[in-house]
Design a protein around this ligand. Structure first.
Ligand code: ADP
Length: 649
């Protein structure tokens, strides 16, 4: 049914798409309101004008040609189809529009109708989407991780990133084609739990698994795979995103680190073993050297012979000091040496140190300036014996490197940060600033070898390590020709509420042997269990110096135990390294028997490690004498085997 002109007019006017008609010369006949809105022209401004006014170059100039061409050839490039073109608004701005062109005739005259729609924003959206897709693809394509997208059921790959080739050695196309392929790459030992993980990923939210794969070229690699489920749209079956990372390099590094750690532990154990052997091997002969020399010294000798023996003892002691210091440094460096810190009254330790140093001070005509008032009557947290060792080292240096008639000053002070400072100053030769840098280097005597002062150059190196182990530090100030100040800084302990015996006061653990000794024994049988003949001979000679003492000895632990149970001695001397069983085991058995438990047992060993000493005292040893032992001290045991009874160990 033909429509009335009013109906057609209404269609044109209400159409959302712009409608433009032109004649065969390109002159605009109709320009709908939607077209007006699109191009910004009033219909009156364009009707009767060439449609090329709505186009930018090159169409603007060529449009007449297009129409003429069609009119003469009948070959249409646009008619009947739609295409994207650029339009020009009245204000000359350009925009993208979709144009469909149709042809009709009025009174035999060809006419064309163009329907136009603005697609600028759709285009912008589409290109933004494309751009973001492209960026995402580039990212996924270029990361080393393999990125996989797959469905849950049926099991199908939607996407596999190209990195799959680098990690697994197969192309993304090959992988997509065969859903079972990935599992076939798993190392046979890991395949079962990988299969389980894959299955779990079908229903769990997130699954992670680490396993080995065997690549297509046979190389074994470690991968870390994470499965994460997500919903694309509500109601749709979820997808699983899988990320596979090649962690072979990390695994190799971890393995190398673990084996380096194991190697370090082994090396440390070997070092400890070496130290303990060294300690034993060096001390055992020193025991014979110093022991026999001391015995010789007690005999009647010519003055020359006496001097020779004194030299042997002096050299031996020096060597022993050196052995002890070097072993201590090695022990600290290998973490073997442990200290037991407790609150120590500084003035006590200072008094002990000065008592020991009196003869040396007097020999050099030095003056000691004691701390002013109660300045040093404070407690610091320290290992008593080692703290004393450090102060002895400082004072002995202040004596050795002083000038005749010089001074030594002892002083204490509390620093604002709570450290307690104990200073030993001297008026000696001092140390140059260049030499100060090498002060704590073991065996570096800063060129003092030629001064005639004896030394090893190890004392300060050891002191520094010991104080650091106690949580403290050492400060040194020195000026050549003026003197030096050595300061130990240790944590100050507030003593409020502590009992005297908690403060490490010597009264707590000290034993006065004369006060508690029940008197000399008329007859004493001593069993000595020792496998080193030189030491046995030395002990025999010592026993011979005490009337009433009978020494019987056993070279083996078991034999020793038999001897003890048959002879019921008054004293047992026990070496620890025995051929058949350890001395520790002998001691345990003695302690386990009612008949032998009460016999005082003194361990005499070259092994001086503090842990060992502590352990044997805990098992029940009355004392632990380290070789080379002091002869006077050993003789005290012959005089009174019960001398330590009632003492706090
Ligand atoms: P040593 O056994 O040689 O005394 P130390 O480790 O105790 O070893 O000291 C290292 C070096 O530091 C000494 O050899 C000496 O040169 C120097 N030194 C230490 N204390 C003093 C001091 N009070 N005055 C001058 N020099 C000192």
């Amino acid at each position: 049914m033909p429509h009335s002109p009013e109906v057609l007019q209404s269609i044109v006017e209400s159409s959302i798409a712009g409608i433009i008609t032109i004649d065969s010369h390109g002159i605009i006949q109709i320009f709908s309101p939607a077209a007006e809105r699109l191009f910004g022209y009033e219909s009156s401004e364009v009707v009767g004008h060439n449609v090329s006014m709505l186009m930018p170059e090159p169409d603007h100039s060529c449009h007449d040609g297009y129409v003429a061409n069609y009119m003469s050839s009948g070959v249409a490039r646009i008619i009947g189809t739609g295409r994207k073109v650029t339009g020009r608004r009245k204000d000359d701005s350009l925009f993208l529009l979709h144009l469909w062109v149709g042809e009709f005739a009025i009174d035999g005259q060809p006419m064309f109708v163009g329907t136009v729609l603005d697609i600028t924003s759709e285009e912008a959206n589409r290109s933004a989407l494309q751009e973001s897709e492209e960026r995402f693809r580039q990212l996924v394509d270029n990361i080393d991780e393999v990125f996989i997208l797959r469905t849950t059921a049926p099991y199908r790959y939607v996407y596999i990133s190209p990195a799959v080739e680098k990690v697994f050695g197969l192309t993304a196309d090959e992988a997509v084609a065969d859903p079972g392929l990935f599992l076939s790459f798993a190392h046979p030992d890991d395949a079962e739990f990988v299969r389980k993980a894959m299955e779990e990923a079908g229903h769990a939210q997130r699954v992670e698994v680490e396993y080995r794969i065997i690549r297509s070229d046979g190389e074994v690699r470690w991968v870390w795979t994470r499965y994460q489920q997500f919903e694309v749209a509500p109601g749709d079956p979820p997808l699983v995103a899988v990320v596979v990372t090649d962690i072979t390099a990390q695994k190799d590094a971890q393995r190398a680190e673990a084996s380096a750690r194991a190697e370090a532990v082994r090396a440390n154990a070997a070092k400890t073993e070496f130290l303990s052997r060294m300690s034993h091997e060096l001390r055992t002969p020193m025991n014979a050297i110093l022991g026999f020399a001391q015995l010789l010294e007690m005999d009647e000798l010519s003055e020359n012979q006496h001097e020779s023996v004194r030299q042997i003892i002096h050299g031996g002691r020096h060597l022993l000091d050196l052995i002890n210091e070097v072993l201590d440094i090695s022990r600290i460096d290998s973490g073997e040496l442990t200290l037991s810190t407790e609150p120590i009254l500084v003035s006590d330790v200072m008094d002990e140190v000065m008592d020991l140093m009196v003869p040396l001070v007097a020999a050099r005509h030095l003056t000691v300036l004691a701390p002013v008032g109660d300045g040093c009557h404070e407690h610091v947290l320290a290992d008593r014996q080692r703290f004393k060792q450090v102060l002895l080292n400082f004072v002995s240096n202040a004596i050795k490197y002083n000038r005749n008639d010089g001074k030594i000053r002892l002083s204490c002070s509390t620093r604002p940060n709570g450290e307690f400072a104990i200073t030993v100053s001297d008026t000696g030769i001092g140390i140059g600033s260049e030499e100060l840098k090498r002060l704590f280097t073991p065996f570096d005597r800063l060129g003092r070898e030629s001064t005639g002062e004896e030394g090893t150059g190890v004392g300060l190196a050891l002191s520094q390590r010991l104080i650091q182990l106690m949580g403290g530090r050492i400060e040194v100030e020195s000026a050549p020709g003026v003197g030096s100040s050595f300061t130990v800084l240790l944590p100050l302990v507030k003593t409020v509420g502590l009992q005297p015996d908690e403060l490490g006061s010597p009264a707590a653990g000290a034993v006065s042997s004369t006060a508690t000794a029940p008197g000399r024994y008329s007859q004493l049988t001593v069993v000595y269990i020792e496998d080193n003949l030189a030491n046995v001979r030395l002990m025999e000679q010592l026993a011979a110096r005490r009337r009433g003492v009978t020494l019987i000895h056993a070279m083996q632990g078991r034999l020793g135990l038999d001897l003890i149970s048959s002879s019921q001695p008054g004293l047992i001397l026990l070496d620890l390294h025995l051929p058949d069983m350890s001395g520790e085991e002998v001691l345990r058995r003695l302690q386990a028997e009612v008949t032998t438990k009460g016999i005082p047992t003194v361990v005499v060993s070259a092994d001086a490690s503090p842990g060992q000493i502590q352990r044997l005292l805990e098992i029940g040893a009355s004392a632990y004498l380290t070789k080379p032992f002091d002869i006077e001290e050993l003789l005290l045991w012959f005089d009174d085997p019960h001398r330590m009874e009632g003492a706090v160990p």
